[in-house]
Design a protein around this ligand. Structure first.
Ligand SMILES: *Cc1c(COP(=O)(O)O)cnc(C)c1O
Length: 229
């Protein structure tokens, strides 16, 4: 007689082994998109409190039905007309890719009497389809009168996605590009602002590389929850 050992690790085992590899200054965002509440609850039981979602409807439904001390991060592309649904509770919005979106977030945050923290998304990948600013556009935004007038939105860093490729050199270069952009913006726009410190980069396939290149937030889904169905 012997026990059948399955290859599949549990969500909590995956979480624990990933956490062991993360330096203390790197936040783990558990990307729970498409996952059932039961899977999120298992991660929650293991102490995970920060979760990332990329669809508004799903994010709102989960926030309503899961524990209230979860910090929900919106990591996906966000349309201006959807901001109102998450403005009351969202903890961080990762993917600001248009000035107009900031205007809307500022307005909805004010209605809810709060300040919403956001990251500026940069286009660092080779692929055309990925959203994001380039450096020039971000400088224009941060120098604008509109930006100066925002009292309910706080830009705390940058976010980017590397090209989906096995070419490690390319991925490393793309992460370096994002780190350089961060350093430049920090120097020119946020020298005395201690909140501007986040670099959200790294997913299941490339988070180790992202950490060596200066990531402070990794967004990990499939390595925690398994492949999405
Ligand atoms: C889905 C997603 C992730 C997580 O991807 P995995 O490869 O499953 O870790 C990270 N960031 C964004 C923006 C995503 O949409």
């Amino acid at each position: 007689m012997f026990n059948i050992v399955t290859e599949m690790k549990s969500i909590s085992q995956n979480l624990l082994s990933i956490r062991e590899q993360l330096p203390a200054n790197v936040l783990l965002v558990a990307v729970s998109k498409t996952q059932l509440n039961s899977a999120i609850e298992e991660a929650y039981e293991t102490g995970q409190r920060v979760f990332g979602e990329n669809r508004i409807q799903e994010l709102v439904a989960k926030a309503e039905s899961l524990p209230s001390d979860i910090q929900w991060h919106m990591i996906g592309h966000l349309q201006s007309n959807k901001v109102k649904y998450i403005a009351p509770f969202v903890s961080l919005i990762h993917a600001i890719d248009k000035p107009k979106l900031l205007t809307e977030i500022n307005k909805e945050a004010a209605k809810n009497n709060r300040t919403i923290r956001v990251l500026l998304q940069f286009h660092i990948a080779e692929e055309e389809s990925k959203f994001g600013f380039n450096k020039k556009e971000a400088i224009e935004l941060l120098s604008s009168k509109e930006y100066e007038s925002y009292s309910n939105v706080e830009v705390i860093g940058v976010m980017g996605m590397a090209t989906f490729t096995d070419n490690e050199t390319q991925v490393r270069d793309e992460f370096r590009t994002l780190k350089d952009i961060f350093d430049g913006l920090k120097r020119d726009f946020f020298p005395k602002n201690s909140s501007f410190k986040e670099i959200s980069m790294g997913m299941s396939g490339d988070y180790k590389l992202a950490i060596t290149e200066g990531s402070t937030m990794v967004r990990i889904g499939s390595s925690i929850f398994g492949n999405r169905g």
